[in-house]
Design a protein around this ligand. Structure first.
Ligand code: GLV
Length: 326
């Protein structure tokens, strides 16, 4: 019997790839841009494993073209790019990379919060535009973070990590999530209905997965409930926010600013109106991008592939129900 074949849809840190290659024949897509869907589709027929990224759409058609697949491992904690029910129906385990990126992503959510509150990108541009002529009492005044009210929507591992940072800033923390009021209180927050959170928060930070329920969770009615001095932070998924409604809210001054690590679509088009706004800070989906965390994510993704090839339960499996079957 030949060695298992695994396709890896992007270059990973060499240590992780080297370890994977000890267990199977590895083909790596070494281009900068993702492989096209059709290209992956054309490759999967003989594959035992697929290590993919959140930029790869993995659907039922692709799974049906891969009769020998034993594992699909996503290099991300989010897995909205994969049809999980289809994988479960076919008994294919799906791996993700939870945990290791919590603190790194929370650091970044807070960085966006601080940068938008204190207008750091605008201040940098101000100098580059030759506008720094003197110290001025009102120029580039922003919002205080210390003592402000933070609304957290979705209080999983990353939301809770953001809350820990907010406590250091003496913030009042309102939380809208599935956790009980007691659980939220233990984390230092107060459970709040969505409307209450939106109308009282100075900052609203999103930490929900993208699902049918959370698609455009923040749309025109929600933005209208926010304070005109409030700031929206999104490090979750772009489609949790309706981009057109956000553009209008930012342009009309219904909210003060937004800090977005994620957009709909990704990458954002260069002529997207959101890019014309000084009060919208957009960065290219990098919240988990520290050298150490990305290396750990690669190790976890490789661990999932190796376990799947060996017929073992994946260490971090999105659909563990497949192991409950007879
Ligand atoms: C990044 O967005 C991830 O889901 O890991």
């Amino acid at each position: 019997m030949g060695r298992d074949k695994v396709f890896v849809t992007r270059e990973l840190p060499p240590v992780a790839l080297g370890r994977l290659a000890e267990h199977c024949d590895v083909e790596v897509w070494d281009e900068f841009l993702p492989p096209a869907y059709e290209l992956i589709l054309g490759k999967v027929s003989g594959l035992a494993g697929l290590l993919c990224l959140l930029t790869d759409r993995i659907d039922a058609r692709l799974m049906d073209a891969a009769p020998e697949i034993k594992v699909i491992s996503n290099l991300a904690v989010g897995y909205d790019n994969i049809d999980i029910p289809a994988a479960s129906q076919r008994g294919i385990p799906i791996g993700n990379t939870p945990g290791v990126l919590n603190e790194t992503t929370a650091d970044f959510a807070f960085a966006l919060l601080m940068a938008t509150a204190r207008r750091i990108p605008e201040a940098r541009q101000y100098i580059h535009d030759g506008k720094w002529l003197t110290w001025h009492p009102t120029v580039l005044s922003g919002q205080d973070v210390f003592g402000a009210t933070l609304g957290i929507i979705g209080c999983g591992r990353i939301g809770a990590a953001v809350m820990r940072r907010a406590q250091g800033f003496g913030m009042r923390i309102l939380v809208n999530s599935l956790e009980s009021a007691d659980e939220i209180r233990e984390l230092g927050g107060e459970k709040a209905a969505l409307g209450e959170l939106l109308s009282q928060s100075d900052f609203v930070s999103l930490h929900v997965p993208l699902t049918e329920e959370t698609h455009h969770l923040i749309s025109e009615p929600e933005l209208k409930q926010m304070k005109p001095t409030s700031i929206l932070i999104n490090t979750a998924r772009g489609s949790v926010v309706d981009p057109q409604a956000l553009y209008t809210a930012l342009r009309e001054g219904e909210i003060l600013a937004a800090g977005l690590d994620v957009t709909q679509p990704e990458p954002i088009a260069l002529d997207d109106p959101l890019l014309t706004l000084d009060n919208c800070l957009i960065v290219p989906h990098i919240a988990s991008a520290s050298v150490a965390t990305r290396a750990k994510m690669a190790e976890m993704a490789v661990d999932n592939v190796i376990a799947g090839l060996q017929g073992q339960p994946l260490p971090t499996c999105v659909n563990p129900e497949i192991y409950q079957r007879d």
